[in-house]
Design a protein around this ligand. Structure first.
Ligand code: GAR
Length: 221
């Protein structure tokens, strides 16, 4: 059991619907989870995730990336909001802004992201359509520490699904999203526990509990 005082203070950054945020909130609702979610921050006013966070009793705030005078001012404000809440870990969950090296360095090894592909394949957007166009038979999702190069960084967890012959980007994306909801809480638990080491691009668990998330492979059903 993790005592309340040692649970890592965590913020989730979102831009849209927030289904990964919801999965993280559900995991952190367990008092034994080494992370507690103290704030959800959206860069898009009215993002659906904000209402869901508020319904879950978590502070939900907006730092609108427009109207703050540019990227630097936006990131300084975001950083100030996080520090004002003594946030220790930041989870990007469908946060669709590229963060500059200034922000990434300030939150180095405390900033994690989920990407809907098996990195290093398919960085960027439209990952499901691109995986289908390339004829992939396996596709999936990755949770990783954020580095300043987009969709790059030490891999914490991955999960894979089989690509089916009749898949569309939507059907494939829906199965990958289920994988995302499973692996992101596992990755957050490991990072919040502190029981891991980063060796270049590799992340290794150093303690018994929680163990390194095993690669999640969802069989063709
Ligand atoms: C998720 O599929 C996430 O992996 C992706 O956006 C979606 C957000 O959905 N993130 C990226 O593409 C970041 N490069 P959600 O708001 O329901 O969690």
């Amino acid at each position: 059991m993790t005592s309340t005082s040692t649970r890592r203070r965590t913020a989730i950054l979102v831009s849209g619907r927030g289904s990964n945020m919801t999965a993280l909130l559900a995991a952190a609702a367990d008092p034994a989870c080494p992370a507690r979610i103290d704030a959800v921050v959206a860069n898009v006013p009215g993002a659906p995730a904000l209402d869901k966070a508020a319904e879950a009793g978590v502070e939900a705030l907006t730092v609108d990336h427009r109207g703050l005078g540019g990227r630097k001012a936006f990131e300084e404000r975001l950083d100030a909001e996080l520090r004002a809440r003594e946030i220790e870990l930041v989870c990007l969950a469908g946060f669709m802004r590229i963060l500059t090296p200034w922000f990434v360095d300030r939150w180095s090894d405390r900033l994690i992201n989920i990407h809907p592909a098996l990195l290093p394949a398919f960085k960027g957007l439209d990952t499901h359509a691109r995986a289908l166009a390339e004829g992939c038979k396996i596709h999936g999702a990755t949770v990783h520490f954020v580095r300043s190069e987009m969709d790059t960084g030490p891999v914490i967890a991955q999960g894979a699904v089989a690509v089916l012959d009749d898949d569309t980007p939507e059907t494939l994306g829906a199965r990958v999203l289920e994988v995302e909801h499973a692996i992101y809480p596992q990755a957050l638990r490991l990072v919040a526990s502190g029981a891991y080491e980063i060796d270049g691009m590799r992340v290794r668990a150093t303690g018994g509990d929680p163990a390194m998330p095993a690669p999640l492979i969802v069989p063709d059903s």
